[in-house]
Design a protein around this ligand. Structure first.
Ligand SMILES: [Zn+2]
Length: 127
């Protein structure tokens, strides 16, 4: 339904291209209910919905992220998404790896041309 969750990597990450701090990470691999997940915490740390729509704290605390998930945010003028692959250990978000020109993969709904444009952007100033 177009919903997503919000993600807070800890430590925070910088854009692999321009070096700006990245924030407002989103992802669609969790419950997609406007949860806020913070790296290092098992359950969501918040839910960005009006009070009357919030899950009760007991239900909220039981939610977990999948073993692997992808998050993304915009940077460099918003034409491309910076992506990161994340992993949980024992149900807790443990690792976040920024996708760079070296490890980026073409997305299912991304054309070859768009993927190549994204790779050129990722190679940007660092390479
Ligand atoms: Zn950037």
């Amino acid at each position: 339904m177009g919903l997503f969750d919000e993600y807070i990597p800890d430590p925070p990450l910088d854009c692999p291209v321009c070096g700006s701090p990245l924030n407002r990470w989103q992802g669609k691999d969790g419950p997609n209910a406007l949860m806020v997940w913070r790296q290092g915490c098992a359950g969501p740390v918040d839910q960005r919905v009006p009070e009357e729509l919030r899950l009760d704290p007991g239900e909220l605390a039981k939610l977990r992220l999948p073993g692997q998930f992808t998050i993304y945010t915009q940077c460099c003028g918003g034409r491309f998404f910076v992506e990161a692959r994340c992993r949980t250990e024992d149900g807790i978000w443990a690792q976040t790896d920024l996708m760079t020109a070296e490890n980026a993969v073409q997305k299912t709904r991304e054309s070859r041309g768009d993927f190549e444009a994204r790779l050129r952007w990722l190679r940007g100033v660092n390479h």
